[in-house]
Design a binder for this molecule. Structure first.
Ligand SMILES: Cc1ncc(COP(=O)(O)O)c(C=O)c1O
Length: 360
């Protein structure tokens, strides 16, 4: 693996108090960069002071959105030690996203090393209040100065880090969700399974409409029949109907969430039946009416789990699980956060202590 060059800042930023941290507003002192050129491949991995990227206005990413990203967190345990949760899986997913957008693959060991090196360099920025973390945002953008529509020949990988507050500072409140009946996020054969910026651009209009109607997120249905559940906002969706937990399959339209996989694995460890199969919105409504739908929640790195308390569908407001967080949702939240903060044993080897020694 190429050595990582480190240039430390000479003007550290003032710190924001941990109580005032929101999401994605504060950034640490450093960032990680690496470049790709046709011929040289990926080269020059380095940590530099956090700074703007200089880009030609003809850079491909600014026109044709050849860009992917990922998102993971570093957690500080009660003893002060720092951990990453499933960093190798995030690195592998970033590379799958790259493949989907014709971006040359990176060395996954280097992506993982970039997570460790930046967190180690900015380790004092990892907050310690319960529920807080350091959010890591790796991204790859096409930087070639060329207006033709084809995969670019130059790219930049960058990694930035943002201390974030507890998602649930006020307690875990179930959210209200509007079923998207008209707008779609992705279709089979499209970009839905990749963490491409373009998917998020495609989601904005429906999300704004939902907010105007008083809902906090959108429940996306499949793009062909508008019948089967896809995802909820930027999370994967799970339901408990009777004794079974159901979640849509990885059919190409949804992101393979790492929290989704974690939850499925834990549920199976606990002896709970989990089915990855298509589930129609009409079946969800019917199960809610006959009382067999007992819990519904989203999974994702930001919130871990987010219970759904209300569904807006065909001008009706349906209350789910009495608008409360269900016992399995709560159990998953406690189990996953226990792993992340190092208070629970880790039989699956998901938690990686942050490697030190990158400091210059
Ligand atoms: C569209 C979408 N689906 C699902 C997820 C959940 O994935 P993960 O659990 O890996 O955070 C995310 C967030 O990363 C997302 O953006």
């Amino acid at each position: 693996m190429l050595p990582i060059d480190i240039t430390r800042t000479t003007s550290p930023k003032p710190r924001v108090s941990e109580e005032a941290l929101g999401f994605g507003q504060v950034f640490t002192d450093h960032m990680f960069l690496m470049d790709y050129d046709d011929g040289d491949g990926w080269h020059s991995p380095r940590i530099v002071p956090y700074q703007p990227l200089a880009m030609d206005p003809a850079s491909a990413v600014l026109h044709y959105a050849q860009a992917v990203f990922d998102g993971l967190k570093a957690y500080r345990g009660q003893d002060g030690s720092l951990r990453l949760f499933r960093p190798g899986d995030h690195a592998a997913r970033l590379n799958r996203s790259c493949a989907g957008l014709c971006i040359p693959p990176l060395d996954e060991a280097m992506i993982e090393a970039s997570f460790h090196a930046l967190v180690d360099t900015d380790r004092d920025w990892v907050p310690s209040r319960p529920g807080t973390s350091l959010y890591l945002r790796p991204a790859v953008i096409a930087t070639e100065r060329f207006l033709g529509v084809r995969p670019a020949k130059a790219y930049t990988y960058f990694l930035i880090a943002s201390p974030v507050g507890s998602y649930y500072a006020e307690g875990i409140d179930p959210v209200s969700i509007l079923v998207a009946e008209r707008h779609v996020r992705a279709v089979e054969g499209g970009l839905g399974a990749f963490k491409a910026g373009a998917n998020y651009a495609a989601s904005l209009y429906a999300a704004e409409e939902a907010k105007q109607e008083g809902f906090s997120q959108v429940l996306w249905l499949d793009g062909v029949q508008h019948r089967y559940l896809d995802e909820v906002g930027t999370m994967n969706i799970m339901l408990r109907i009777g004794d079974e937990v159901i979640t849509p399959p990885l059919s190409g339209t949804i992101l393979a969430g790492i929290t989704r996989d974690t939850a499925i694995t834990l549920l199976k460890d606990w002896g709970i039946a989990v089915s990855e199969r298509p589930i129609a919105i009409d079946d969800v409504v019917a199960a809610n009416r006959n009382g067999t739908l007992t819990e519904m929640w989203g999974t994702g790195t930001a919130a871990v789990v987010s219970p759904v308390g209300e569904l807006g569908y065909k001008s009706e407001h349906l209350t789910i699980a009495n608008g409360q967080i269900g016992p399995l949702t709560r159990r998953l939240f406690d189990a996953i956060t226990g792993l992340q903060y190092g208070t629970a044993p880790d039989p699956h080897g998901w938690v990686k202590p942050v490697r030190a020694g990158f400091r210059s």
